[in-house]
Design a protein around this ligand. Sequence first.
Ligand code: CU
Length: 124
Amino acid sequence: MRTMIIRKACVAAALAAAVLAAAATLPAVAAQATDAQVQIDTFTFAPQRVAVKAGATVTWINDDDIPHTVASSSKLFKSKPLDTKDQFSFTFTTPGVYEYFCSLHPHMTGTIVVEAATGSKVPQ
Ligand SMILES: [Cu+2]
């Protein structure tokens, strides 16, 4: 009977350790829920369409071996030419659909969909 109790305590300790391990990874997961990353590779923005909440920062990273830019179709933002491994970030504060392209290769296009942040009032 006593060994049974000890075994239960061990299982509880193991579970607690598992929960702690999961909690330790939480900040990274939470950051991804608000901010987003777009990889530029082989003349492609990936993912091509990204949905974020208002207030989120989107970071583009050029993983291609030639320069690219990130330019908003409505001229809201435009990066300088990004060399390999260069980054460009923009924070989207207003809900909407934002089309963008690479000004050096205009056939490269992408879309950022900005949704109302949870709890904020959506205009009717
Ligand atoms: Cu380009």
